[in-house]
Design a protein around this ligand. Sequence first.
Ligand code: MG
Length: 312
Amino acid sequence: MLVAAAAGIAPLSAVEPLAVRGGKMVGVESGEPRALHGVSLAWHHFADKYYNREVISTLHSTWGVDVVRAAIGVELENCYDADPERAMRALRSAVDAAVEEDCYVVADWHCHHIRTAEAVEFFRTVASEYGHLPNLIYEIYNEPEYDTWDEVKAYAEQVIAAIREIDPDNVIIVGCPHWDQDVDIVADSPIEGFDNLIYSFHFYADTHRQANMDRCDYALSKGLPLIISECGAMDHLGGGVINYEWWGRWVDWARRNSVGWIAWSLSDKVETCSMLRHGAPTDGEWSLDDLKDWSLLVISSLKRERNIDNEK
Ligand code: MG
């Protein structure tokens, strides 16, 4: 039985070139705000079995995502540092599938430390191969841990410059210090001199609550464009219980502010934040038994976004 949880979902808007204007991500052709909603694939070094056309087709057509995120691990065992060919194979598989499905895709440098030379090399390749396609969004630094904003900013300026030599226009997501929490600090000193930059905020709803929302409100009040490129309803380690109340508050906040969100993550690892039961098929043909509480919540939240869009 295929999952029918997304039955009745409104049609998704077609992919169009994106830009960042007036503090929001917008469609260049429609001129309308485009708050994307989707799912992040998990770290490629253990979840690249799900980096395929069939999975992305199910996510797009049945779950109703308009963006998927390819989390290309860098520093851990079997990641980009040790095996760049496997990393690039996973990335290309996800991006090619998203293009075929008419869906946006984030090329995420899933790193927690500054590795400028490696990032420049990676993003030059990505920009050369995919920078001409409207589907592609760059994410140049998943989650800085202990780097200051001055350090992250200097890194970002080098990587952005390398991308812009090849691709003048696709949107680039910039990470913020302390696991994408310090958006208020970034808002006081954003990067200048480049177009189509947007900054990432990450929340895990059982950990991050009103104080984090206040920092996001401050950032938006200063005109900083935000995207939630990763989020969950559980604690910041991806475990514990699902906090339905604060998940609801965050998605309502995102909706009010035209901020998109991408839920973490599509994997069968045994943890609250992995959406599939251990051993779930890799071809996207999931039964209801393959889906955990977290994926059911994400699917219902995606459906709600679509239906609100459709009622406008
Ligand atoms: Mg381009």
